[in-house]
Design a protein around this ligand. Structure first.
Ligand code: PLP
Length: 359
């Protein structure tokens, strides 16, 4: 298997792929693949419900929360959130942390009024605003945050107490990477293709009251209450993706749940940051140390001209996806849950060797 450091779609656990392969043609003696079955049948529905239950169970079964499966990626949530929650006289308050936060803000601007509650722009998003800097608008319908900026490589370690204002968080690139106290959040959402499964499924986990009473002026497929009222089976769901997600969730349970997953992620990220920090300036982490992401490690070479060579050599050695996002350049190793420590060890060995030869 390749050393896969892609930012998304990203590595899936090998065990999950192998199990799916074994069940691909004949799902549990039905003579059909799960992707060939009716989404209204009992076999698929039990997988669908199991995936919802597993998600909530991994999050500690918070009371009053529901899971929705949608399509259109996290990008569609950037629009659905303001469509469902903004109306005349209220504003969407946003923490601007970089590339993905900016996309969420620009979509909301199309729909209604927006407000910037805090911004990391002055540091070129290499530092996150502190929680105490966040000033929620008085007429805010919600505060929106991005827990992990996939491109810049920043990650919030904690979240603010927003009082009566609902907190909505885009967790596309770090959902289920650590234990979460769901009670802090009114709604979280994520495209599946990093920590949850293949692309094509979007997960929304929210307090039930967030998902009722969507404005009647918006089309059915863009209303949260359509999905809530029909257990995400209003239309054909991405059934194979949901099946694979259920398998990924089983795999997380087998790892020992989110406490163990977090430990593994800490070890992986820590070992790359250590090589960077001990390189005497040969490598440089892009982000302020306290805001560094455990999912996307962004770094540069002091000699930026050498970066091309680093990427070329890394590809030759079988490392995939080390090139930074085209909008920021540099280097990035995305180390989501399914990236094994062995891949990270191979990368840190490569980094040390590259420094020895070129330093
Ligand atoms: N939000 C974050 C933090 C992301 O990393 C991404 C994708 O990389 C998105 C949103 C957009 O997700 P999608 O491609 O599922 O629309």
């Amino acid at each position: 298997r390749a050393f896969n450091f892609n930012a998304g779609p990203a590595a899936l656990p090998l065990e999950v792929l192998e199990r799916a392969q074994a069940e691909l043609v004949d799902y549990k003696g039905t003579g059909m693949s799960i992707m060939e079955m009716s989404h209204r049948g009992a076999v698929y529905e039990s997988v669908h419900n199991e995936a919802q239950e597993r998600l909530l169970s991994l999050l500690g079964n918070p009371k009053g929360y529901k899971v929705l499966f949608l399509q259109g990626g996290a990008s569609t949530q950037f629009a659905m959130i303001p469509m469902n929650f903004l109306s005349a006289g209220v504003t969407g308050s946003y923490v601007n942390t970089g590339s993905w936060a900016k996309k969420a803000i620009s979509e909301a601007k199309i729909i209604g009024e927006t407000h910037i509650a805090a911004s990391g722009e002055s540091s070129k998003f290499m530092k996150l605003p502190s929680l105490s800097e966040i000033e929620i608008a008085e007429n805010a319908a919600y505060l929106h945050m991005t827990s992990n900026e996939t491109i810049e490589g920043t990650q919030f370690k904690d979240f603010p107490d927003t009082g009566n204002t609902p907190l909505i968080v885009d967790m596309s690139s770090d959902i289920l990477s650590r234990p979460l106290d769901m009670n802090k959040f009114d709604m979280i959402y994520a495209g599946a293709q990093k920590n949850l499964g293949p692309s094509g499924v979007t997960v929304v986990i929210a307090k039930e009251e967030m998902l009722t009473g969507s404005p009647k002026t918006i089309p059915s497929m863009l209303r949260y209450d359509t999905f809530l009222g029909n257990n995400s089976l209003y239309n054909t769901p991405p059934s194979f993706g949901i099946y694979l997600m259920n398998e990924v969730l089983k795999w997380i349970e087998e790892q020992g749940g989110l406490v163990q997953v977090e430990k593994a992620n800490e070890k992986k990220a820590g070992s790359i940051y250590q090589v960077i920090d001990e390189s005497q300036g040969f490598y440089r982490g892009c982000v302020d140390a306290e805001d560094r992401s455990r999912m996307n490690v962004t770094f540069r070479l002091a000699d930026e001209a050498l970066e091309k060579e680093f990427i070329k050599q890394s590809e030759k050695e079988g490392f995939i996806g080390i090139k930074g996002h085209r909008s920021v350049g540099g280097l990035r190793a995305s180390i989501y849950n399914a990236v094994p420590y062995e891949s990270v060890k191979a990368l840190t060995d490569f980094m040390k060797e590259f420094q020895k030869i070129n330093g």
